[in-house]
Design a protein around this ligand. Structure first.
Ligand SMILES: [Zn+2]
Length: 258
């Protein structure tokens, strides 16, 4: 790739997304917008240290692994974004203020400061768009086959934000349509010892999200977004536990809906 080319990813770099269990037959389509922490080689690490690139601000720790385990348990298709949210956030409207951050909490992301339109466009074209196109293709195919579908968007959140400890173990998030979320909340509340956030620590909005509003709401699909606290899914034992919980509860919730 030469210097004047607009291309971002070289041919030997990871693809923008990974599909796991591609032929899964479950109604669930499980997606993780912030699963990955690759940086295109051409961007270096955007001026960040190794530690910053491994921290929560670069990706949703544990989320991708939990998705794959749920997918395996339920025979569900899983689509994971492979590149760091700091390259371009795949859960934000492209061109919006939070799509490509130059400040993440208190960390300056120097490689994102003063970015030209051309460079923003390359990130959109090569990372954001292929990921969302793949989700759209999967949903189109199911619609054509009249196959029931529910969209499950999985994230993980940091246990401490700025200086506030977050006590929830898990959050169930929604925007205009709270049907799936409501049933899942009821089921989670019945589990022993769980602190469950109802639209906490975040809620889904058009300004702060893309995946649920565009793929879930606009298509009128059943959907829910999950936020799992990162320290609970950092290791494999935790990932297995949380995947088993959702592999048990998601079908129960969906059955009650339909
Ligand atoms: Zn996330």
């Amino acid at each position: 790739m030469n210097e004047t080319s607009d291309g971002l990813l070289a041919t030997d770099e990871p693809p923008p997304f990974t599909v796991d269990n591609e032929n899964g037959t479950s109604p669930f389509l499980i997606v993780a917008d912030h699963a990955g922490r690759y940086f295109p080689r051409r961007l270096g690490q955007l001026g960040l240290s190794n530690a910053e690139c491994e921290a929560h601000m670069a990706w949703d720790i544990g989320a991708g692994a939990v998705c794959c385990l749920i997918g395996k348990a339920l025979d569900a298709v899983v689509v994971l974004q492979n590149y760091s949210r700091l390259v371009i956030d795949c859960n934000r409207t492209p061109g919006s203020e939070t799509s490509i951050l130059d400040l993440s909490e208190r960390t300056r992301v120097s490689g994102n400061i003063g970015l030209s339109q051309r460079h923003k466009l390359a990130r959109f074209r090569e990372i954001f768009q292929p990921y969302h196109d793949r989700i759209a293709t999967e949903l189109d195919r199911r619609r054509e086959a009249a196959r029931p579908t529910a969209l499950i968007s999985v994230h993980s959140f940091t246990p401490v934000f700025e200086t506030a400890a977050r006590l929830w173990h898990v959050g169930v998030l929604y925007n205009r349509d709270r049907r799936f979320a409501q049933i899942l909340l009821e089921l989670l509340h019945r589990e022993d010892g769980l602190v469950v956030g109802d639209n906490e620590p975040y809620s889904v909005t058009d300004a702060s999200d893309y995946t649920i509003p565009v793929h879930g709401e606009q298509r009128d699909l059943h959907h829910v977004a999950l936020e799992i606290r990162q320290d609970l899914i950092t290791d494999e034992a935790g990932q297995r536990m949380w995947a088993a919980l959702f592999a048990r509860l998601l079908p129960q919730a969906y059955q009650r809906l339909t």
